[in-house]
Design a protein around this ligand. Structure first.
Ligand code: ATP
Length: 131
């Protein structure tokens, strides 16, 4: 089966660049499944998991939003953060989740509420993917 090159880049540097048969991810307006030869497009990603399929193997990455750029032979993901399950620190994510939950309970202004909501999503996404 043909493959496309998938490149995942964060502000800390490249996370992954390899060939895969299919990329599944969650854009802001729905799930996307990308195969080689896909029409070019750009889409914003949600805080979610990216699945990369090659033969019988599927790799997963936790991404903290960002953008997906698709070309027929290449998918580039630019994300603020991207981790594979093995590099997720579960304890840290648990602590981030608790902090965010406490902030959401303490009624503060809207900006803090939105920040806490996003922090909670990132933590829950990491916990889902690490387990
Ligand atoms: P925290 O409050 O624990 O910093 P956060 O969601 O605010 O969590 P981010 O701003 O998304 O953290 O990420 C900052 C950097 O830390 C990124 O490089 C990200 O990959 C890394 N990171 C954050 N949480 C974890 C985790 N639980 N395990 C591994 N790396 C993490």
């Amino acid at each position: 089966m043909s493959t496309l090159t998938v490149s995942v880049v964060t502000p800390d540097g490249p996370v992954l660049e390899d060939g895969f048969e299919m990329v599944s991810c969650k854009a802001e307006n729905g799930e996307l499944g990308i195969l080689p030869g896909h029409i070019p497009m750009v889409a914003p990603l949600t805080i979610s998991s990216v699945r990369l399929k090659l033969e019988s193997d599927t790799r997963q990455l936790a991404v903290s939003g960002g953008f997906l750029e698709v070309r027929p032979d290449k998918v580039t993901i630019l994300a603020q953060a991207a981790e594979d399950p093995a590099s997720i620190d579960v304890q840290r994510a648990e602590e981030a989740k608790q902090r965010a939950e406490q902030r959401l309970q303490a009624k503060q202004d809207d900006i803090d509420f939105r920040r806490a909501e996003l922090a909670l999503k990132r933590a829950m996404n990491r916990l889902d993917i690490a387990r």
